[in-house]
Ligand binder design. Structure first.
Ligand code: TRP
Length: 363
């Protein structure tokens, strides 16, 4: 085996362990949701789309509704880690808020806050930075990938991104972070920071660590591609945004890539574009993709697109109506954020107090 094979099989094994642990955690949540606190987050770099919805937003609502207390960071400071400038930040934040509320995130159970509004959270970054090495940060595969796709030179913010994310998670002592595979290195770095903090400054009783070591929660989420059959991404313009109207949605789906075979099947490897559309319809209809494909039979690309358009527009009609209502009253949306920020600040200040106490910095 080469070094690369070894590294691959080590990471495959650790992925498998995380999967097994995630199943166990799902069972624990079902029996006692009060043992968990979740943190999730998005960078407000654009509009949220159906890939975000089926890939993670719906799962957050599910976990919230199971009774797990949740925090949701709108990671505005982190917008600038891979680009110059903040873009349409005000608009993006307000739209993200409307999307969250419209899909069922409940501010009474999920604290929604903006990163830049919580100074005590950001202050955790300083002691945390002392707990990581330069080579550890440079090795982080997610940072490496994102550096490459940013097409820019490394900045201090990008290099230390995993440490910022550790502060996002640990400020509220979240012990569970629902994420996709690509975020696992950051969760591992967070666990290392939590452990090292306690080794260095921990309380006398190891049963009461200052910080928990959070678990990643990997869920079996479907991978939706964009309408051109490549990775769905806002920068490629191949997404269907949650807030798009029915006509725009229809136009995008009409342009979607298919293939000449009129017989519709669900075969993600052999026919990725057609299968992606089948999957999208199935997700919207809460049905099995193979059954959806069988029913379409020889309907061809046109029949498939007709079904997908109806399914997406029907599924998201209530969400779209609700978000339009919410956006009609930006004052009320801002109040939701102010309340979330107030709560996040209280939690962050309490944690920072504990950190200063642990570090003997109370004067
Ligand atoms: N890094 C995440 C992303 O790019 C966003 C994020 C910021 C986040 N802070 C977080 C995710 C903390 C989980 C936990 O989508």
């Amino acid at each position: 085996m080469t070094d690369i094979d070894l590294a691959d099989s080590a990471s495959a094994a650790s992925l498998e362990r995380t999967r097994l642990r995630s199943h166990e955690i799902e069972r624990e949540i079902a029996s006692d949701p009060s043992r968990f606190r979740i943190l999730t987050g998005d960078r407000p770099t654009g509009r949220l789309h159906i890939g975000h919805y089926f890939g993670s937003l719906a799962n957050r609502v599910r976990l919230q509704d199971l009774g797990v207390e949740s925090f949701l960071v709108v990671a505005d400071y982190q917008v600038i880690y891979d680009r110059d400038g903040v873009g349409e930040i005000q608009d993006n934040v307000l739209n993200a808020l409307a999307d969250y509320l419209a899909i069922g995130i409940d501010p009474a159970r999920t604290t929604i806050f903006t990163h830049s509004s919580v100074p005590a959270l950001n202050q955790l970054v300083l002691p945390f930075l002392s707990l990581v090495s330069d080579s550890e940060l440079r090795r982080n595969p997610t940072v490496k990938d994102e550096l490459e796709s940013s097409g820019r030179p490394m900045t201090g913010l990008m290099l230390t991104f995993p440490v910022h994310q550790a502060a996002d998670i640990l400020f509220c002592r979240a012990n569970l972070v629902p994420v996709g595979k690509d975020q696992l290195p950051h969760i591992e770095q967070t666990r290392v920071i939590a452990r090292r903090f306690d080794e260095r400054y921990g309380r006398a009783n190891p049963a009461e660590p200052v910080f928990p070591q959070p678990d990643a929660l990997l869920s079996a989420v479907p991978l939706l591609l964009g309408m051109d059959g490549t990775k769905m991404s806002k920068s490629k313009g191949n997404t269907i945004e949650l807030g798009m109207d029915a006509d725009t949605t229809a136009r995008l789906i009409r342009k979607a890539v298919t293939d000449p075979d009129r017989h519709i099947t669900f075969d993600p490897v052999g026919r990725p574009e057609v299968s992606n559309l089948v999957l999208l319809a199935a997700l919207c209809l809460d049905r099995d993709p193979t059954a959806v494909a069988d029913e379409l039979g020889d309907a061809g690309g046109g029949g498939l697109k007709k079904l997908v358009t109806e399914a997406v527009n029907e599924r998201f009609a209530p969400v779209r109506a609700r978000r339009a209502e919410l956006l009609a009253d930006p004052g009320a949306l801002r109040q939701v954020l102010r309340d979330g920020n107030e709560r996040a600040n209280a939690v962050a200040e309490a944690t920072l107090d504990d950190v200063r106490t642990a570090m003997s910095m109370v004067y």
